[in-house]
Design a protein around this ligand. Structure first.
Ligand code: CSD
Length: 285
């Protein structure tokens, strides 16, 4: 079973024998779905079944043709950071929300808390930047994969100023072939928070056009989104399954993870009282 066929009701790490194969992205419209309301109804139907196919959800998302009239009541912006605006809580199986990005707004590099993440661009432009997991942090998916497989592979030959790192769980080990910058004594160069300088590795960029859909989960890596325009805003539709209320953000210079709560700026079109706790995936870098 690959990612395309993984049961979307499960956390990504629970998808047995999952191979890490990204879908072709972004996905274009095939069958049209009229209106956001209708899309939400169709999603409810799909998620009421015991088995949900990732590709079916992608097709539904792609089938909706963005119309500002449908989503403008949810599109609430903030001057300083992108906002998350809940549209529907999906009977607890998924949640669907509208994210509003002012000019230059971006999210920090983050994971998806072992959930499936679908994203559709409704207006403007967004760029998705993908990253490898930092060597010192393991995703839930990798933990599961590593505990399934006994790994005895030889590490690749590393450059002189690099050391490799083996991460073990129970009696299963995985050598990530990690390359950590080090000085001549073999000590890594550390920031004041104790983390080694180890720039996170960018593995790809995708520019989304209006109505494009893309998908990510922790098995496929990490990402951040960015509105590249200095003048125009952007709006995107996100579906998470299962829903999550916290995830990890990563320091691009070191890979240091920080657990953050994710909050809503508005719910069902009504603005929430300002919560002091930051909508912390936003703008942290
Ligand atoms: N996953 C982020 C948005 S994005 O950058 O994909 C969030 O839900 O806030």
């Amino acid at each position: 079973m690959d990612v395309e066929n993984a049961n979307c009701k499960m956390r990504v790490s629970q998808c047995t024998d999952m191979e890490i194969i990204p879908i072709e992205r972004p996905l274009k419209i095939t069958e049209e779905i009229t209106g956001l309301q209708r899309l939400v109804e169709e999603l409810h139907k799909v998620f009421s079944s015991d088995h949900v196919n990732v590709q079916d959800v992608q097709k539904l998302m792609a089938g909706y043709k963005s119309n500002q009239k449908d989503w403008k009541k949810y599109a609430k912006f903030d001057r300083f950071r992108y906002t998350r605006n809940l549209v529907d809580a999906g009977n607890g199986a998924f949640n669907i929300m509208i994210l509003c990005w002012g000019p230059g707004h971006a999210s920090a590099i983050h994971d998806h808390a072992d959930s499936h993440c679908f994203m559709k661009l409704l207006s403007g432009n967004l760029e998705e930047v993908r990253y490898e997991w930092p060597s010192t942090v393991e995703s839930e998916v990798r933990k599961v994969q590593n505990s399934r497989r006994r790994c005895c592979s030889q590490s690749e030959e590393l450059a002189d100023n690099m050391t490799d790192l083996e991460i073990c769980h129970n009696d299963s080990c995985h050598n990530y072939g990690v390359k950590v910058s080090s000085n001549q004594n073999g000590d890594c160069i550390k920031y004041s928070d104790g983390y080694c300088a180890e720039e996170m590795e960018e593995v790809g960029r995708t520019r989304l056009e209006v109505n494009d859909v893309c998908y990510i989960n922790d098995a496929l890596g990490l990402h951040r989104m960015e509105n590249p325009s200095h003048v125009d805003s952007a709006v995107s539709l996100h579906l998470y399954c299962p829903p999550f209320d916290s995830c990890r953000v990563f320091d691009a210079r070191t890979g240091k993870p920080t657990e953050v709560k994710v909050t809503f700026w508005s719910m069902y079109g009504k603005k929430m009282n300002r919560i002091i706790e930051a909508n912390a995936v936003a703008d942290s870098q």
